[in-house]
Design a protein around this ligand. Structure first.
Ligand code: NAP
Length: 506
């Protein structure tokens, strides 16, 4: 069975006590013991929040499965109950067991033969044994052997290589020349995909299961039929492309193997075949959430890092203004500027975001630009002595107002102009003369030109995050189908923090 979710609590009572008592009395006609819950020959199964008591044999058996998550399960059996293993894993791949409390008479988690890619975390065991690898002979003798048959004589790993899965895709319907709408994209059934890199594909490739996808404003530019940009347009009818975090299912590239978690360019679909695996980065799993590799430690965080340090040339004590300040890039720019000893003000489109800027990210001040009838006056109020550094994310009237408020020798890092993405006639800028009179440096940049700084960025930001000097806020929607609405929401400010889409957690 594929995609089964067993959740919502409840108790499975195996009523093993009658059987154990029968055996203790030495009776010969005791019934054959059975396991309470067996998940066999299945894929992408979740068992969450269940309680299993007094199973006659194993409580939960995962047999010849791929992609099973057992989360928040409680197992209870007396300390002297025979062969009541809590969770038994057998010939299965990619099984995760989290947050379990297992008290049994035998093994807490028993790991039989033929498993690979198991992840066991936050499991409390006892009484009974701990987590134990059990030899096949032992299962055949001391314990009842799982009985499900296999087709052919292949191993568990071989079965994974032969498996297929349905692949849903979010495709672009056609090019647009206005602000994006949900109906510009469509969720389609891409049919079955074989979970292996096809043979004879012309070079090493990696098949990934997509876990998290990133929504970024630049993707709007790829929805236009415009080929004169730094990045080509999407292909109508094909999946939207973007940054993502995924788990490698199969690889013919020597640098990647099944089970690796990677980030890089992928497709808006369940499974993507990456034919240029060199662009993927392996993620070492740690205390940092995987989705942060699309924001804090991904392209937006890197944009903030190079934009602030390389383009703005900041000095301690300078006055810094950041627009779209609560978003994926802006929240990092503001925090880096504070760490650098600057005075920082941010603008955002709701009062909630303004609170976030001041209370969570530690900006010195913030304002809701939608509530300000006169942006020039608002900036004058916040910067009576003028602005040294403007980190430009929005363009349009805000840029014009900033130009009038800049100080002599100020710097403007032109990172993006999100207000101009949806308009066919871009706003004109009237106050460019300030560039001359105030000797302002205004420079546009693309983060990918600074890729040599990426390792240094990861080190610095990871350290700041672990030291509690930087925090990150993300806005996560759940399900591939939520992608179009989440993306479109960027252009009306629906997102609070970095917008990501969770396709699957494991
Ligand atoms: N140069 C590069 O290499 C590079 C790389 C990454 C991103 N960028 C640019 O950086 C900017 C921020 O990107 P991000 O990923 O951090 O996005 P984001 O800020 O997380 O999301 C976009 C935000 O823009 C604001 N916005 C939308 N329409 C607006 C409008 N008409 N006027 C003013 N604000 C508007 C909204 O916030 P409010 O509610 O506050 O309005 C929205 O939440 C974008 O311009 C993007 O293109 C550039």
């Amino acid at each position: 069975m594929d995609g089964l979710v067993v959740a919502g609590g409840g108790t499975l009572d195996g009523r093993g006590r009658a059987l154990w008592a029968c055996r203790q009395r030495g009776q010969r006609d005791c019934p054959t013991p059975t396991s309470t819950l067996t998940i066999a020959n299945s894929k992408d199964v979740v068992v969450a929040g269940l309680r299993s008591v007094d199973s006659e044999l194993f409580h939960v058996v995962v047999l010849q499965c791929h992609g099973v998550t057992v989360r928040g399960v409680t197992v209870e059996a007396p300390a002297d109950s025979p062969n009541t293993d809590g969770i038994h894993l057998h010939m299965s791949t990619h099984v995760s067991v989290y947050d379990a409390r297992i008290s049994t008479g035998d093994d807490c988690i028993s790991i039989g033969p033929g498993n690979s890619h198991l992840w066991i975390e936050r499991v409390a065991c006892g009484p009974g044994h701990g987590i134990r690898k059990v030899p096949a002979e032992e299962l055949g003798g001391r314990k009842a052997k799982p009985t499900c048959s296999r087709a052919g004589g292949d191993s568990g790993m071989e079965r994974e290589r032969q498996a297929v899965a349905r692949n849903r895709k979010v495709v672009l319907r056609g090019y647009i020349d206005r602000a994006p709408r949900e109906e510009d994209m469509e969720l389609v059934d891409g049919g079955a995909v074989e979970l292996r890199v096809p043979e004879g594909g012309g070079g090493p490739a990696v098949l990934v299961k997509n876990l998290y996808l990133s929504c970024d404003p630049y993707m709007r530019g790829r929805m236009r039929d415009f080929r004169n940009s730094y990045i080509p347009p999407f292909k109508p009818g094909s999946p939207i492309e973007g940054f993502g975090v995924g788990r490698v299912v199969d690889s013919t590239h020597p640098g990647f193997s099944a089970g690796d978690v990677v980030s890089g360019m992928t497709g808006w679909e369940d499974y993507s075949l990456i034919t240029k695996p060199e662009q993927l980065r392996k993620i070492q799993q740690s205390d940092i959430p995987l989705s942060y590799h699309l924001g804090l430690l991904g392209m937006p965080g890197f944009t903030a890092y190079v934009g602030f340090y390389e383009i703005c040339s900041p000095k301690k004590g300078e006055f810094v203004f950041v627009s779209a300040a609560s978003g994926a890039v802006g929240q990092i720019v503001g925090q880096l500027a504070k760490l650098h000893g600057c005075y920082v003000v941010g603008s955002a489109g709701t009062d909630q975001k303004v609170e976030l800027l001041k209370e969570k990210f530690g900006f010195d001040a913030a304002f809701n630009y939608k509530e300000e009838p006169d942006l020039t006056a608002a900036l004058k109020r916040h910067f009576p002595e003028g602005i040294d550094i403007y980190f430009e994310n929005v363009g349009g009237p805000m840029l014009d107002a900033v130009l009038l408020n800049m100080r002599v020798h100020g710097r403007i890092a032109v990172c993006g102009m999100v207000s101009q993405h949806g308009v066919t006639a871009p706003a004109g800028i009237h106050n460019l003369f300030s560039l001359i009179s105030k000797r302002i440096e205004m420079k546009g940049f693309i983060q990918s030109d600074y890729v040599h700084l990426f390792p240094q960025f990861v080190d610095d930001i990871t350290r700041h995050y672990r030291d509690g000097k930087i925090v990150y806020v993300e806005d996560m929607s759940v399900g591939l189908e939520s992608g179009p609405a989440s993306f479109v929401g960027l252009f009306s400010g629906k997102n609070v923090g970095k917008q990501v889409v969770c396709v699957s957690r494991d």
